[in-house]
Design a protein around this ligand. Structure first.
Ligand code: HEC
Ligand code: HEC
Length: 147
């Protein structure tokens, strides 16, 4: 069940947003959401929330890492459509980058379906910023190569 949800999310991330070029439709895609620029505009509530949860897990943050807090009393309220936080704008770029990696680059080295290969967790591992590699080992006195 968990795994199905994860795959659904990654498929969402991989999804093309070529709505303009799809068959002419008089009905604009109905959306519950006001400001989706990279996720599919007709995404279901369930898929959107699963996607957002994959972000909080992937980065080890809460929703308010990317979404503006508009009230704290009596309980926290977030302004989800607002683009005021850089983290949200950066996250959009990251969604596009992740999509591009899965669509363009992974298929060049893997025959398995690419949609589900790279996600936020792949790099972030539960941190807002991916970790730097450990420092290189102390340089060691190398024996002089004999010539
Ligand atoms: C890493 C950043 C990040 C985190 C964490 C995050 N979101 Fe989002 N959220 C986004 C981005 C980016 C968009 C806009 C996607 C787009 O433009 O297609 C978005 C859009 C939304 C929207 C749609 C708003 C609208 O009407 O346009 C909702 C609702 C939402 N998020 C809820 C949540 C919830 C609930 C959580 C916590 C479980 C959460 N988000 C955590 C980045 C994040
Ligand atoms: C290929 C590796 C990689 C993947 C995949 C990736 N990121 Fe990142 N991300 C980075 C790197 C590197 C940075 C830059 C960190 C820094 O500022 O030094 C970064 C920065 C960010 C930032 C800006 C830092 C901040 O807290 O504002 C956000 C937000 C973010 N990533 C969200 C995401 C989300 C959401 C996903 C999945 C859709 C994702 N990333 C997938 C490598 C990755």
């Amino acid at each position: 069940m968990k795994r199905v949800a994860v795959l659904a999310v990654l498929a969402m991330l991989a999804c093309t947003t070529t709505q303009q070029s799809s068959a002419p439709s008089n009905a604009a895609p109905k959306s519950n959401y006001k400001n989706l620029q990279v996720l599919p505009k007709d995404i279901s509530r369930e898929q959107l929330l699963a996607t957002m949860r994959s972000f909080t897990r992937g980065l080890g943050v809460r929703c308010n890492h990317c979404h503006v807090v508009k009230a704290t009393e009596p309980k926290e309220e977030l302004d989800f459509p607002s683009d005021a936080k850089d983290e949200k704008k950066n996250a959009r770029t990251m969604i596009l980058m992740t999509r591009e990696i899965n669509r363009t680059w992974i298929p060049r080295v893997s025959k398995e379906p690419a949609d589900m290969r790279v996600g936020c967790w792949t790099c972030h591992r539960g941190k807002p910023e991916p970790e730097s590699p450990p420092p290189p080992p102390e340089p060691q006195a190398q024996p002089k190569p004999s010539r």
